[in-house]
Design a protein around this ligand. Sequence first.
Ligand code: FAD
Length: 496
Amino acid sequence: MTAPVEAAPVDLARQHAVANALRAFLPPASVLFAPEDVKPYECDGLSAYRQLPMVVALPATEEEVQRVIRVCRDMRVPVVARGAGTGLSGGALPRGDGVLLSLAKLMRILHIDPLARTARVQPGVRNLAVTEAAAPHGLYYAPDPSSQIACTIGGNIAENSGGVHCLKYGLTVHNVLKVRMVTMSGEIMEVGSLAPDASGYDLLALVTGSEGLLGVITEITVKLLPKPQCAQVVMAAFDSVETAGAAVANVIAAGIIPAGLEMMDQAATLAVEQFVHAGYPTDVAGILLCESDGTEEEVADEVRRVRDVMEASGATLIRVSASESERLRFWAGRKAAFPAVGRVTPDYYCMDGTIPRKRLPEVLRRIAELEREYGLRCANVFHAGDGNLHPLIMYDANVANELDKAESFGGEILELCIAVGGTITGEHGVGVEKVNHMCIQFQPGELEAFHRIKHAFDDLGLLNPGKAVPTLRRCAEFGRMHVHVGQDKFPELPRF
Ligand SMILES: Cc1cc2nc3c(=O)[nH]c(=O)nc-3n(C[C@H](O)[C@H](O)[C@H](O)COP(=O)(O)OP(=O)(O)OC[C@H]3O[C@@H](n4cnc5c(N)ncnc54)[C@H](O)[C@@H]3O)c2cc1C
C-alpha cells in the first residue's frame, strides 16, 4: 500500500458547517480546523501514513462525546477516535473528510476500589497512571505495553494491547471488566460486568481489539492485581538467534510460565546499549530476558529452574538481576528498544505478527535471509514467550523506493507468520497497515461476517471506515483473495 499523503483538498464549506455545528456546544478551543492546529493529529505512530483531518473535536465529557457523534451521524461525517496516537498500524489515521475525535481531555481516574481490586477510569488516562494510582493500595494494572508512559487505556482496549507481562497475566481483554461506549447512533452502551461472568454474548471481548470500529469508549473498569512480593530477571545470552528461539520453547515446555519472556537480537541490543546502557552483552547473537515474580521462595525456585533450562539450551552467559535497580535496568533496555533503534536509522518500520513458539528458530532464520534479499537491516525485538514478533525494518524514506522495499519486506514477514500457523497481528492491530493481509488470513465468508457485525453497531459505516476489515472488492483488487500462503510460497517450511 502506498502511503496516503495529503489527499484531495478540503471541502471548505463542509468543514465550516461541521465546525460550526460542533461549536454550538464545544468551546472554540475544542474545535480545530486551521491546518497548523490539526497538523499534530495527522498521523499516529505509523508516521509513513499522514492525512490532515477536516476537523478535530476535543470533548471533555461523555455527554460531549455523544453530541459530537450525533452531529457526525446527522451530517454523515466519518469519525476517527484517538487516544494518545501511539498506535503503530495507522488505526488513528484521520480522514480528510472526517472528524478526528480526541479523547485526550477525558483523563480522570474515577474510582479505585482496593477491596474489589478494580479501577474505573476515563479513556484518556495513561496506562502507567493506573498503576501509579493503584500503588498506594499495593495493587497494579498488569498489561504493560512498552508505550505505557504515553498510551491511553481507551487505545489499549481498542487495540487489545499486550506487553512484557501478558504472558503470565493476559492481554488487555483478560484484564478488563466493563466498558461504556457511545455507539454511532449516539446512545450509551455498556458491555461486560463487574461480576465474574456476564450473560449473553461476550460483547466485551468483541469490543476489545475492535480498533475504534464499533463505538467510542468513554469509561473502562479494569482489574487490578496485588503487586508481587518480589521479582528477578534472568538474562541469558546465545551465540545464535535460532538457539535463543529454541530456548524460549524449552522454558514453556518445562512447565514454567514466566512473568515475562522477551528476546532481542544483536542489532537491537547494540542499539539499546548505545542509548540506555542496560548492561546487555553486545558480542552475542541474541539475549533472552526471563522474569519470575511471586513470593521470595517461588522466585528463587523458578529462577533456578529457568537457569537450568537456559544452560541446557546452550546459553553462553547467564546473569540474574542482583537488585531491584538492576532488574529495572534490564527492563528499561527492553522498553526503550524501539526508540533506541530509531536513533541508529533514519526510519524504521515495526512489524507485528504472532507465530507458534516452536517455529521461532526457522522464522528467525528466514527473516535473516529476507534481510539479505532486500538489502535492509532488521532488528528483532519481541515478546518471545507469546510468539509475538516485532521485526524493526530499518530504511531511509529519503532513498527512492526504500519505503516500498521495507513494506514488501514486512509483507513477506506477515505471510511467513501465516505460513507457519500464526497471525498477522500480535498486539498492534490491523489499522491501515495490514488491511490487505486480512485478505490472506481470512476467507470471504469470515470477512462478510465481520462486516455484518460492523453494520450491527454502525449501520452507516461512519466509525473509522476503511480500517481493519477489508471489503471483498479491496481483496479482489489486492489480488489475494482465496490465495492461502503456505507451502507454495515457502516450500522449505514443513506443513503445519
Ligand atoms: C514505542 C512504542 C512501543 C509500543 N509498545 C507496545 C507494546 O508493547 N504492546 C502493544 O500492545 N502496543 C505497543 N505499542 C502500540 C500502541 O502504544 C498501542 O496500540 C496503544 O494501545 C495505543 O494507544 P493510544 O492511546 O496511543 O491509541 P491511538 O493510537 O490513539 O489509537 C489506537 C486505536 O484505538 C482507537 N481508539 C483510541 N481511543 C479510543 C476510544 N476511546 N474509543 C474507541 N477507539 C479508540 C483508535 O481509533 C485507533 O484505531 C507501542 C507503540 C510505541 C510507539
